[in-house]
Design a protein. Structure first.
Length: 374
């Protein structure tokens, strides 16, 4: 297939990844290209992938003091309009929409090719406006059951396709390394709660190392810097390879979302390395972790999380890896998206020719492989 992948424009789709959505988009585009599809990734400047990349604007999530929100909104709107114009001219067979903007959804009927949209966040405006406009004529994939529940007021039906990770990149490490310690990874922003991870690690009596981009300078200055000390080490914004190595070396990983986490890739990455996880019980995290690979605490309960850390650090690392292999193999995720693409291309073609039978569609010239597994 010739596939257009539309990314969000907040951060580049490139290493070191700003977050889980950037990593997911990069992996999916590259995996589809490796499977023989002709993929074009529409993303912000600085994006890199093994497929063709069309960079349309500077990253809009990198705050500049002299740029207003209204100007950023206008920049994003113009960029997505340019993307949709390019997609309409590009002769694509299918569009995979990974953006967080309503415009690709609102303009989808102009393309005259099928579009699949993956939902990675809870509902928010104005994105909801675009989703509601396409609720009856486009398939929507969600990354977790908890996220499906949040979208129920707007969508009668969604397809559950959980995020996958590269199990080779996040390789199993049967033994942790060095002094017993904990790790936290992610964007350093209030909604990820790294300051609570520092407090909880201290409550558990473990040193903490943490890594990720400083995405909120005020939060760093007010909440993180005052907590640094000999038992808390900032590793910087690590490459994919360095991150996997550090996570695998840790005795326990900590996850502290302060919102209903739609998935939690950092949790899946940790258990793939064999590192058990202590986390707040929010969003999809209870679906990822069970008692074999993690321990949960109530949301924002630092003392409870400290107790969960002491439990998790004793769990079996091989059991962690087994669960990751069972639930989060990126090859399985890619298989499911390909099956959804085939089914949607077939449905879209059937609607266009106005015939519902398979023989009629086949006579219309559709390639036979579209019917496999559809």
């Amino acid at each position: 297939m010739k596939i257009a992948v539309i990314a969000h424009l907040k951060y580049p789709i490139a290493q070191p990844f700003s977050g889980g959505l950037e990593m997911h988009t990069h992996f999916l585009a590259c995996a589809l290209q490796a499977r023989g599809h002709a993929v074009t990734l529409f993303a912000s400047k600085g994006s890199q992938a093994t497929c063709r990349v069309e960079a349309v604007c500077p990253p809009t999530g990198i705050a500049l003091d002299d740029v207003s929100e209204a100007r950023i909104d206008a920049q994003e709107h113009a960029a997505y309009a340019a993307i949709m114009d390019a997609v309409a001219r590009g002769g694509f067979d299918l569009v995979h929409n990974n953006s967080l903007h309503p415009l690709p959804l609102l303009r989808a009927p102009e393309l005259r090719v099928p579009m699949v949209t993956a939902l990675h966040t809870p509902p928010f405006e104005p994105f909801v406006r675009g989703v509601k406009a396409r609720a009856d004529d486009m398939p929507f994939a969600v990354v977790s059951e908890s996220l499906a529940e949040e979208w129920k007021p707007f969508l009668r039906e969604t397809r559950l396709i959980g995020n996958g990770i590269d199990l080779d990149a996040f390789a199993y490490q049967p033994k942790a390394s060095g002094q017993r310690h904990a790790i936290w990874t992610g964007r350093l922003v209030p909604e990820k709660g790294p300051h609570l991870a520092i407090d909880a690690a201290r409550a558990a009596g473990l040193p903490l190392v943490f890594a990720g981009p400083v995405s909120n300078a005020a939060y760093w200055s007010e909440e993180i810097l005052p907590r640094l000390g000999p038992d808390v080490t900032y590793l910087g914004h690590l490459s994919h390879r360095e991150l996997a190595q550090r996570v695998g070396e840790a005795h326990v990983a900590i996850c502290t979302p302060r919102w209903e986490e739609p998935f939690g890739l950092v949790v899946a990455e940790a258990i793939a390395c064999g590192t058990p996880v202590a986390a707040f019980s929010r969003g999809a995290i209870p679906d990822i972790l069970d008692g074999s690979c993690g321990a949960l605490a109530l949301a924002d309960d630092v003392e409870g999380l400290g107790r969960a850390i002491r439990v998790a650090v004793e769990l079996d690392r091989h059991a962690c890896r087994r669960r990751a292999e069972h639930l989060f193999d990126a090859n399985t995720m890619t298989d499911r998206y390909e099956a959804l693409y085939r089914a949607e291309i077939l449905r879209f073609a059937t609607l266009r020719v106005g015939k519902a039978s398979r023989p009629a569609c086949a006579e219309g010239g559709l390639p036979a492989e579209l019917f496999d597994d559809a």
